[in-house]
Design a protein around this ligand. Sequence first.
Ligand code: IPE
Length: 261
Amino acid sequence: MAELIILKLGGSVITKKGEGKAEVNKEVLERLAAEISEARKEKEFPLMIVHGAGPFGHVPAKEYGLHEGLKDERQIEGFSITHHSMEKLNFLVVEALRKAGLNAMEFQPSSIGILRNEELVHFPTEALEGILNIGLIPVAYGDVLVDEKKGISILSGDHLVPYLAKKLNASRVIIVTDVAGIFDSNPKENKDAKLIPEINSGNIDSLNIGSSTSTDVTGGMQRKVRELMRLEIESEIISALEPGLVKKALLGERNLGTVIT
Ligand code: IPE
């Protein structure tokens, strides 16, 4: 799909992950919604949004061990609780986008997707393509899915994004996080950490890419970057915290964070 941009909004950006609360970060979410809306007014392009979980997903998923596969009855309750919590977050994200004037709609991964050992193996996209073609903005998210081998597992938004980018032949992937891009050490712990402007097959092995915090059940920055790199589609990791960057990125500016080629 020519011109399609897939935008991932990290859980740490749209929720109060830092405080461990299953609450949206209203201020950031509303600003991002406004930036997306301004970009779409200046330029028409198909847009799909995928958002992460933050405490809405990671806390119950961890509590019920959902990433360990289906082992006991109690996890079915955990599946229901985690999915329902993600649905609430998805509703709030779509509501913020709609208030900013965007024709966004909730899109539920667990009702159509199937994993096999945590790899997405089935995710029909005909409806999604139709939705994008008429100008709607589908908003999907990291979710709990049926897994052919493990019974159940977690689909991270970071896994769904490259899968969809490839299948829908996206032109660009933009990952929005709470840091300015990828650093040579953890910028939250080391003030001398340096931003890496570009990651490619030539430098990835020599880089020490940190993983995100221990509450995550979907495996940190390394996996994120490697999956993006396998895609033959340009992607960039940028910060949500600097106002205006998301709008600039959507309008085609490059080198705003870390480009992955
Ligand atoms: C995780 O999704 C989904 C669940 C825990 C149910 P992500 O991996 O995309 O979430 P973030 O961005 O790390 O919060």
